[in-house]
Design a binder for this molecule. Structure first.
Ligand code: FAD
Length: 290
């Protein structure tokens, strides 16, 4: 039996106060889809569970010229199809439809998916490729952290004591010349991916690569930013340049040294990085040019 206190604050400030009051023993629970597994397996033994289910103000999706802001409690099922209403988020859409199953996605929240910091989380990978930031609230106020700095390792984040993730901000970009895409490979539908790759490209007026971002998941504790592969493409012609995209894939693969796991040996993951990087880039370029 799990023996802990279950608290239900109704505001962000109350939740933050409770987190400070109960210190290290306090853990946030949102949709509970990962937390239930941690509790069941004795991997987390909190003295207090702070449920944010009744905390208001964390369930909105708002778009402005700056970008799209998604509240921490927005469920993954609400994000399924988000690319249709918010086309800059098509890469996020690529991911959420493959996460677990309908029942889990009904409860699982975006904030929970990020804060779990699972090495295979491809939600974080897609959001990193999109240059997303997360907003953290605490009794001392708010701060914003790029998501690529937020996940610091396997199941580890930069959230300090008493901090609650309140929203995710994905900056806008010009859909006429830029796009992102995510490609993943999982052994079975609903599994965490063996490897996932997120790619963002923006093109200049001549079709050359102005900016690019390639992020690889499940090859290290935290998503890996494949900088050499990006350098190969930045400033160069990439539309229809299959050779350059294949080279970028190989450079991304050379950049990672994943441990093998029960899903796949290291060599197989490295091969996947090469293929998925090329495919994610191809799809991002297709979107940016159509
Ligand atoms: C079978 C299965 C398959 C999955 N497949 C994938 C996959 O393919 N790709 C993928 O990316 N993910 C996958 N997931 C992970 C899934 O995305 C997460 O389980 C889910 O999104 C967690 O959300 P939650 O609201 O249930 O979080 P919870 O379980 O409630 O919390 C998860 C963690 O985040 C913390 N937390 C939650 N919300 C906050 C907050 N606002 N501020 C601070 N800390 C917070 C909790 O303390 C806890 O440590 C899978 C999960 C399962 C169970």
């Amino acid at each position: 039996m799990i023996d802990c206190h279950y608290l239900e604050p109704t505001s962000v400030s109350e939740a933050c106060t409770l987190l400070v009051e109960h210190g290290d023993g306090a853990k946030v629970v949102a949709g509970g889809q990962s937390m239930a597994i941690l509790l069941r397996n004795g991997l987390s033994q909190p003295s207090h569970l702070i449920s944010i289910q009744h905390v208001t103000g964390l369930e909105d999706i708002n778009a402005s010229s700056e970008g799209v802001t998604i509240g921490a409690k927005v469920t993954l099922n609400r994000l399924n199809g988000i690319g249709e209403t918010h086309p800059t988020l098509r890469a996020l859409d690529d991911v959420v439809r493959g996460v677990a199953d309908q029942q889990i996605r009904n409860f699982a929240t975006l904030g929970g998916a990020i804060c779990e910091a699972h090495p295979a989380s491809d939600i974080t990978v897609a959001l990193s490729a999109l240059h997303a930031t997360v907003k953290l609230a605490s009794a001392n106020g708010e701060r914003t952290v790029p998501i690529c700095d937020f996940v610091t390792g396997a199941f580890a984040t930069a959230a300090g004591p008493g901090e609650l993730l309140t929203e995710v901000v994905i900056p806008s970009f010009d859909l006429a010349s830029a796009a992102a895409a995510h490609r993943r490979f999982a052994l079975r539908a609903g599994d965490y991916p063996v490897v996932g790759v997120g790619a963002f490209v923006s093109l200049d007026g001549t079709g050359n690569c102005e900016d690019v971002r390639i992020v690889v998941g499940n090859c290290s504790g935290a998503p890996v930013h494949a900088q050499e592969a990006e350098s190969r493409l930045r400033g160069n012609s990439i539309v229809g340049n299959n050779g350059a995209l294949a080279e970028a894939g190989e450079l991304a693969a050379a950049h990672v040294s994943p441990a093998g796991d029960p899903m796949a040996p290291s060599e197989y993951k490295i091969d996947l990085v090469s293929v998925l990087t090329r495919e994610a880039l191809e799809e991002a370029i297709t979107r940016a040019t159509s």
